[in-house]
Design a protein around this ligand. Structure first.
Ligand SMILES: Cc1ncc(COP(=O)(O)O)c(C=O)c1O
Length: 387
């Protein structure tokens, strides 16, 4: 075979569609050898190899950057990959990192089991801390990881106070903003240096893909994240980017509906005799409500509660009785989910105020009356016997 393989070229002028094209590629073609040899110069603004993206990836990155009110965005193969990529791109041996005690568990594991092994000193801090965080900042502190509200226990962080303290000390801030999404809180606009989203949740919206995003206003940081993506081989599937782009078309509608349903569910649980506490900052009874109301424009679809019953048998009966809620982790999709986190998990944390096992609910698009009835009958079922 001496002939060049035919290239199936798109005749884009002849075709218009409402959907973005899915550009799949490992190989990227170049017009001539000069173009090829200078390809690394275009790693940030052009195309060099499939791992750093195709036009489908760029379309999603631009759309997310716009939503975040940021200049730049780099996608990652999952939310956890995005969090790890930030750490790997910015940290070196000898650096010190502060991580909210309520941050997503696998991020804390990454810090403890991987970053520490590479000589990075990782310290968890009380997620309720505000300006006092300044007392934990050391001369070698490089990053502060925030997540607000925190995973499972839902502590609201005082983001403006932490950002102010970090800026005064020349420390970079990172926010896992997956719960609120940019519709609920625009971290970059509020002065956070780096905002990470688990795009698997709200953006995808249908529990069928894994994706993450890193947004920033800083060109220098953007270049570091794009380089890390290339060197670490953090390729993102263009098909998944397409699904996230499609998910974003209905995002605002889903967000509004699911957040309203989550608040209604929180209200129901807060008045229920079998519930000790509801952890959901948009609910006025939540201890983080004032912080949420001061900075956030929207809520979330995930809430936790501590049941008054705590025996294993009662917990089993509660979950077995659920008919609309399905048992599963993750959230942000259209189906409601329930998950259980035993008290031993909370007890392992240094700064956790929540005592006992937690039920976490992810609220989907089912009619809220159906969700309410399902929860009421399952709570009733749990306390039929005390065991
Ligand atoms: C708050 C938060 N951040 C990050 C992640 C990780 O996202 P992914 O599942 O896409 O890795 C999750 C997943 O549950 C999450 O809840």
């Amino acid at each position: 075979m001496t002939e060049k393989a035919p290239i199936v070229g798109p005749r884009m002028n002849d075709f218009r569609s409402l959907s973005p094209a899915v550009w799949r590629a490992s190989t990227v073609l170049f017009d001539n050898i000069a173009d090829f040899t200078s390809r690394k110069e275009r790693v940030y603004d052009g195309y060099t190899y499939g791992v750093t993206g195709t036009p489908t990836t760029r379309a999603l990155e631009e759309r997310i950057a716009q939503l975040e009110g940021a200049r730049f965005c780099v996608t990652a193969p999952s939310g956890q990959a995005a969090l790890c990529q930030v750490g790997l791109a910015l940290l070196s041996a000898g650096d010190h990192v502060l991580i909210a005690d309520s941050a997503y568990g696998p991020l804390r594991t990454f810090a403890q089991d991987y970053l520490q092994r590479f000589g990075v000193q990782c310290e968890t801090y009380d997620p309720c801390a505000g300006a006092e965080i300044a007392q934990l900042i050391q001369p070698h502190t490089k990053l502060i990881f925030m997540e607000s509200p925190g995973s499972l226990t839902m502590e609201m962080q005082d983001i403006p106070a932490i950002v102010q303290a970090a800026k005064a000390a020349g420390v970079l801030t990172v926010l896992d903003n997956s719960w609120a999404s940019p519709l609920g809180f625009q971290g970059v606009v509020a002065g956070v240096d780096i905002v990470v989203e688990a795009a698997s949740k709200w953006f995808g919206g249908h529990s069928d893909l894994l994706l993450g995003s890193i947004a920033t206003d800083s060109r220098a940081l953007y270049e570091k994240f794009r380089t890390a993506q290339s060197v670490l081989g953090q390729a993102v599937s263009p098909d998944d980017c397409f699904l996230a782009l499609r998910g974003l078309d209905t995002f605002a509608l889903r967000y509004t509906h699911q957040c309203a349903s989550a608040l209604a569910v929180a209200e129901l649980l807060a008045c229920h005799a079998s519930v000790t506490s509801v952890l959901f900052p948009p609910h006025p009874g939540d201890h983080g409500h004032a912080r949420w109301a001061a900075s956030f424009q929207g809520g979330g679809s995930v809430l936790s509660f501590v049941p008054a019953f705590q025996s294993g048998a009662q917990m089993h009966r509660f979950f077995e009785a659920l008919q609309v809620f399905q048992i599963g982790a993750s959230w942000g999709g259209v189906h409601s989910l329930a998950a259980y986190y035993p008290g031993t998990e909370q007890a392992k944390r240094k700064h956790c105020q929540v005592i006992g096992g937690i039920v976490r609910l992810a609220i989907g698009l089912e009619p809220v009356e159906k969700l309410a009835l399902d929860l009421k009958q399952a709570l009733q079922n749990a306390i039929l016997r005390t065991d």
